[in-house]
Design a binder for this molecule. Structure first.
Ligand SMILES: Cc1ncc(COP(=O)(O)O)c(C=O)c1O
Length: 396
């Protein structure tokens, strides 16, 4: 049944739907494995309306470029980016992390010479996202993983021991993929400054959650440009910002850092000849959708979203404990819960049974991982818990 749009011919819709009906629908609230969620309706409308805007060619789209600039300023104000800072809307956290490390690598090369790249190293916590492994692999640079402490945060002493002349960049995470832990970024920033090393903060997930902690009555966590040693930061509006995919943002503390990744394209209009991004063509629709949604929701609107999600996370964490699951981090630092199953159960069996009941969760080693995003409401979690209880009963 073509219920979505009268403009799509029925036969095309039917053909597509045969395949697409297999997909999960965020709105059903049963996606607990992803840091993406259903975009806000206004963001979808804005995205659709301005879908042809190409930020790769600001001479054709100066208006879209101006909106990107304003959207970066909104995020910059939220994340304490200095006036001389800048940034770009990219495709997501992976591209942002890769681009930041590319810029850091080129700065290192400029300062220390090409030879120094041979034994160069990037330092990052063991909990870092795979995109940093990809960046190191692409650039042929060794990625040294620093152990994490009992709270799954980068061990500062171990980091200090590894810093050397070979260090191209340090990556710290504000909201790890597995457990949502936040590295001790203020201390890491001090080390980065002391040794004059590029510090990149991957706040793909935490960047649109942590700035609202004070407003929801939680203790403020330092992680952004308020910390002097931070050179660049990733934040993903297509995760907690409720913007359609693709929407990742990379912020630089100072626009002079762009020189490290500057390329000249003579065939484009005057406004567009210098490029600082991996891709040439970039959608402007993401920046427009983010800017419009921010105007609509404002700071307070995001506070409500964060508050509801954190309350739901707490609700689920308490219920996991009631069912004798052990929380890896108690309380969960953000919207992600990692648990060990009670000893009498096999966690793989619980995981498989949940998927069989169409509850998407993750299993990493022996940790069952659940992500609470805005599309998942309390009523969904109540259903999840009743399914989980039935599974536990049947496994005993
Ligand atoms: C901490 C972190 N960084 C980066 C990424 C990569 O983001 P993307 O999938 O948008 O490329 C993720 C994805 O979940 C993430 O959790």
């Amino acid at each position: 049944m073509n219920s979505n749009s009268e403009e799509i011919p029925q036969w095309i819709y039917d053909d597509l739907f045969r395949h697409l009906s297999a997909d999960f629908d965020y709105k059903k609230g049963n996606v607990l494995s992803s840091t993406c969620t259903s975009p806000h309706q206004l963001a979808i409308k804005l995205f659709q309306t301005f879908i042809d805007r190409n930020l790769g060619d600001p001479s054709l789209f100066p208006g879209a470029k101006e909106i990107e600039h304003r959207a970066i300023r909104v995020l910059g104000d939220l994340l304490h980016l200095p006036e001389q800072g800048t940034g770009f809307f990219l495709t997501g956290g992976s591209e942002s992390n890769i681009t930041a490390l590319w810029a850091a690598r080129n700065k290192f090369k400029k300062e220390k010479g090409h030879e120094a790249l041979h034994d160069a190293e990037i330092l990052a916590p063991a909990s870092v996202h795979l995109s940093v492994d990809k960046a190191a692999d692409l650039m042929g640079i060794t990625l040294k993983k620093i152990p994490v402490d009992t709270n799954y945060r980068m061990d500062i002493k171990a980091l200090e021991q590894e810093i050397s002349e070979k260090t191209v960049a340090i990556v710290a995470v504000a909201g790890t993929t597995l457990l949502g832990s936040v590295d001790p970024i203020a201390e890491i920033g001090r080390l980065a400054q002391e040794h004059d090393i590029w510090l990149h903060v991957d706040a793909a997930l935490g960047g649109l959650i942590l700035p609202f902690y004070k407003a929801v009555g939680r203790q403020e966590i330092l992680f952004d440009f308020k910390i002097d040693g931070v050179s660049s930061l990733t934040v993903d509006p297509h995760k907690f910002g409720r913007i359609p995919i693709p929407a990742g943002v990379l912020l630089y503390r100072d626009r002079s850092l762009l020189k490290n990744v500057e390329f000249y394209l003579p065939y484009l209009g005057e406004q567009a000849r210098y490029q600082h991004t991996l891709t040439g063509t970039r959608t402007g629709a993401s920046a427009i959708a983010f800017y419009g949604l921010w105007k609509h929701l404002g700071f307070q609107g995001y506070v409500h979203i964060v508050q509801a999600v954190l309350e739901n996370t707490q609700f689920l964490a308490e219920n996991f404990e009631r069912l004798h699951f052990r929380l890896k981090l108690s309380p969960p630092p953000m919207n992600i819960i990692g648990v060990n199953a009670p000893p009498q159960y096999k966690v793989e069996n619980i995981y498989k049974a949940l998927w069989k009941n169409r509850w998407a969760v993750s299993l990493v080693n022996d940790v069952l991982r659940v992500v609470i995003m805005p599309a998942t409401k309390r009523k969904h979690l109540e259903t999840f818990l009743s399914v989980l209880q039935t599974i536990l009963r049947n496994q005993n």
